[in-house]
Design a protein around this ligand. Structure first.
Ligand SMILES: [Zn+2]
Length: 162
C-alpha cells in the first residue's frame, strides 16, 4: 500500500518537522528539463507540464507557488494529475505532496509513478458522443468514469462504473 498524505502529515507532526518554503527557482531546478510552465485557469499558483508519449495527455504539477514563493503552510499541498488537453482538465491519478523537508524525494516518486502508470488513466474517447474523453470521478457510490463534456449536466451524460 502506498504511503498516503496522512502518513506524511502524521510524521511531520510527531517528529516536529516543519514546513518548508519553496522558491520558484528551487522548484524549477528540481523539475526535469522537459517541464514547461503553462497557463492554467482557476488557480493562482504556478503550473508546470511534463510531456507524456501521448497526443492528448501530460502530467501537470500544481506547485503551490504564487509569484516567487510557496503559499503559507496548511493551505494545500503540491498536486500532480494526469491532464487531458481534450478535457482541458484532469482525468485521474491525483497525488499530493506536503511541503516538508523531504518534498523533493516525495514528489519525484509521484512523478516516477505517473510516468510508469499513466496508461491506466487513459480510458479513451467517450463512446456516447465521440467528442469528450472519459475521466475518473468519485461519487458516493464509488469511482466511475464520466464524459469530460458533462459540464454540470449540460453536455454528455455518459457514465460507467469502474
Ligand atoms: Zn460523451
Amino acid at each position: 500500500m502506498p504511503r498516503s498524505i496522512f502518513t506524511y502529515a502524521m510524521s511531520a507532526k510527531t517528529r516536529g518537522t516543519t514546513a518548508t518554503t519553496i522558491s520558484i527557482n528551487e522548484f524549477i531546478d528540481f523539475l526535469p528539463p522537459a517541464a514547461e510552465e503553462v497557463e492554467c485557469d482557476n488557480t493562482s499558483e504556478r503550473v508546470f507540464e511534463l510531456p507524456l508519449p501521448s497526443d492528448d495527455l501530460s502530467v501537470r504539477v500544481f506547485s503551490t507557488i504564487e509569484g516567487e514563493n510557496s503559499r503559507g503552510y496548511g493551505q494545500d499541498a503540491i498536486r500532480t494529475v494526469i491532464w487531458s488537453e481534450t478535457a482541458d482538465g484532469p482525468i485521474g491519478g491525483e497525488t499530493k505532496t506536503l511541503r516538508i523537508d523531504t518534498w523533493r524525494k516525495n514528489l519525484m516518486s509521484k512523478l516516477e509513478a505517473a510516468y510508469a502508470n499513466w496508461r491506466a488513466y487513459n480510458h479513451g474517447t467517450c463512446p456516447e458522443c465521440g467528442e469528450g474523453v472519459l475521466c475518473e470521478r468519485s461519487g458516493k457510490y464509488g469511482d466511475f468514469l464520466a464524459c469530460s463534456t458533462w459540464e454540470g449536466g449540460a453536455g454528455c451524460k455518459y457514465t460507467k462504473n469502474l
